[in-house]
Design a protein around this ligand. Structure first.
Ligand code: GTP
Length: 249
C-alpha cells in the first residue's frame, strides 16, 4: 500500500511549495523516497519534477483556446476533462516505485472539493494506497481564535467530503511570530471567550468540544515551505496515522 498525501488549500496557500518542500525533506532525511503527482492543469512552473502530471492530459491554456473560455471557466472545464483520465493516472500511480506519493491539487480548493473530480480521484486512489489530506491555510487568515476554529471546520468538511483523515496545517511560518498563532487549546478557548460573545462564541466552544470528543481536534502544525520549519512535526503526524492504519511500521 502506498502512503498518499493530498495537499489541499485555497489559492496561494502554498500547496505547490509545500509539496516540493516536503518531498525534498523526505528525500534529504532519507526517510522514504517520494513521488510527485501534479493535478493542477493551470500551473505554469513547478518547483519539483512530477512523476505524473495532469498537464500531459489537459491544460487550462489549451482549453481556453479550444472552447473560447476565460481562465475560471477553462479551469472548471479542464477538471471535468481530467476525470476521463483518472483510471490511467491511477494505473500509473500504482506502478510508481516510491512508497510515499505527494499530490499537489488544483489551485482553487473548491474545484477539488465541490466538483466530481476530487471525490472520484480519492475513491480510485484508495485502491492504490492510504490517503491523508493536508489542508493548508495562510497565517494571514489566522489572526483570531475564530480563524483557528474555521480551519478546524474546513478540515472536517474536507474529511467529510473526501472520506479521508485530514491534518490542518498553517503554512508560511517564516512570515509570522510563533506566538501570534493560537495553537494551544487552552489559549484558544481563553481567547475565544474574550473575542466572541453570544451565539457565535457558544457555537465555537461547542465545535471545539465536539472535535475533542471525537479526537478530531488534532494539533495544528505551523510549517514553512520556505525554511522547512515544522516539516518534521508534519511527518510525525502523518506517520502516526499511516502507522495506526498498518500502512507503515
Ligand atoms: P496556486 O496553486 O497557484 O493557487 O498556489 P499554491 O497554493 O500552490 O501556492 P504556491 O506554492 O504557488 O505559493 C503561493 C505563494 O506563496 C508563492 O509566492 C510562494 O513563494 C509563497 N509561499 C509558499 N510557501 C511559503 C512559505 O512557507 N513562506 C513564505 N514566506 N511564502 C511562501
Amino acid at each position: 500500500m502506498k502512503s498518499v498525501v493530498l495537499f489541499i488549500g485555497p489559492a496561494g496557500s502554498g500547496k505547490t511549495s509545500l509539496t516540493a518542500a516536503f518531498g525534498k525533506w523526505l528525500w534529504s532525511r532519507m526517510v522514504t523516497p517520494a513521488a510527485y503527482v501534479n493535478l493542477d492543469p493551470g500551473v505554469e512552473y513547478l518547483p519539483y519534477r512530477p512523476d505524473i502530471d495532469i498537464r500531459q492530459y489537459v491544460t487550462v491554456e489549451e482549453v481556453m483556446k479550444k472552447y473560447g473560455l476565460g481562465p475560471n471557466g477553462a479551469l472548471i472545464k479542464s477538471i471535468e476533462i481530467a476525470c476521463k483520465y483518472l483510471d490511467d493516472i491511477l494505473e500509473r500511480a500504482s506502478k510508481l516505485p516510491a512508497p510515499y506519493v505527494l499530490v499537489d491539487t488544483p489551485g482553487q480548493m473548491e474545484l477539488f472539493l465541490f466538483r466530481e473530480f476530487g471525490p472520484r480521484f480519492v475513491e480510485k486512489f484508495k485502491k492504490a494506497g492510504h490517503i491523508i489530506g493536508v489542508v493548508i491555510l495562510d497565517p494571514t487568515l489566522m489572526r483570531k481564535a475564530q480563524d483557528i476554529v474555521s480551519l478546524k471546520l474546513l478540515s472536517l468538511l474536507t474529511s467529510l467530503r473526501l472520506g479521508v483523515d485530514v491534518i490542518p496545517v498553517i503554512n508560511k511560518a517564516d512570515a509570522v511570530e510563533e506566538g501570534e498563532i493560537l495553537r494551544d487549546d487552552e489559549r484558544l478557548r481563553l481567547e475565544l471567550s474574550r473575542e466572541s460573545e453570544g451565539v457565535i462564541g457558544e457555537i465555537s466552544e461547542r465545535i471545539l468540544d465536539l472535535l475533542n470528543d471525537y479526537r478530531l481536534a488534532t494539533r495544528v502544525p505551523l510549517v514553512s515551505a520556505t525554511t522547512g520549519k515544522g516539516l518534521e512535526e508534519l511527518y510525525d503526524m502523518l506517520h502516526e496515522i499511516f502507522c495506526a492504519c498498518g500502512d507503515l511500521t
